[in-house]
Write a protein that binds this ligand. Structure first.
Ligand code: IMP
Ligand code: MG
Length: 184
């Protein structure tokens, strides 16, 4: 992502601009859930939430499901308190379930460099999951990503800008906002 000179501590709601509104998010989440309902009918996937950022998208998504599923959570960190990926992924909390032989759906808030999903896919392969698919609310439009497999479901493709709200934070702030915003 392009470097910026803004001091992140000084950013307030006045500096934010809506990129995707609440209603558009709600509609898209419902249609993603319908796809999952069709693909996983008569299966019992483990739906894995990538903490922290995906927690609101995840909760909204699973509410629309009418299939059997199990929930689980994994916590990774790559951004620290900055607006750019550090390039290294830290595992803060591993998946709790035994994923061997299971269908796993990984739910992410956003794919930026792709380092995180690449790491997650390796973790699922090491754990011998039966299948792994990726659902992400947002995908940043970049020239180059650090993964070379297909993303099964993308909510919205967005420009390569830092975004917040709907679970996404800037140094742990703004996660509770209902719309998704860029910084002006
Ligand atoms: P990646 O490993 O570079 O693909 O980044 C993945 C993680 O970084 C995401 O799951 C987010 O938690 C965080 N992230 C990436 N871009 C943004 C952003 O624009 N706003 C807030 N968090 C972001
Ligand atoms: Mg995330």
């Amino acid at each position: 992502m392009a470097k910026t000179n803004i001091d992140i501590k000084n950013i307030t709601k006045e500096n934010l601009k809506i990129l995707i509104d609440k209603k558009s998010i709600e509609n898209r989440v419902a249609s993603i859930a319908n796809q999952i309902n069709e693909i996983y009918v008569e299966k019992n996937p483990i739906i894995l939430c990538v903490l922290n950022g995906a927690f609101i998208f995840y909760a909204d998504l699973v509410r629309h499901l009418n299939i059997d599923f199990e929930v689980d959570f994994i916590k990774l960190s790559s951004y620290g308190s900055s607006m750019e990926s550090s390039g290294t992924i830290r595992m803060i909390k591993d998946v709790s379930a035994n994923i061997a032989g299971r269908d796993v759906i990984i739910v992410e808030d956003i794919i930026d460099t792709g380092l995180t999903i690449n790491y997650l896919r390796k973790r699922m392969i090491d754990g011998q999951s039966k299948s792994v698919s990726f659902v992400t609310c947002l995908l940043k439009d970049r020239k180059k990503y650090h993964f070379d497999f297909k993303i099964d479901c993308i909510g919205f493709k967005i420009p390569d800008k830092f975004v917040i709200g709907y679970g996404l934070d800037l140094d742990q702030r703004f996660r509770g906002l209902k719309n998704i915003y860029t910084i002006k």
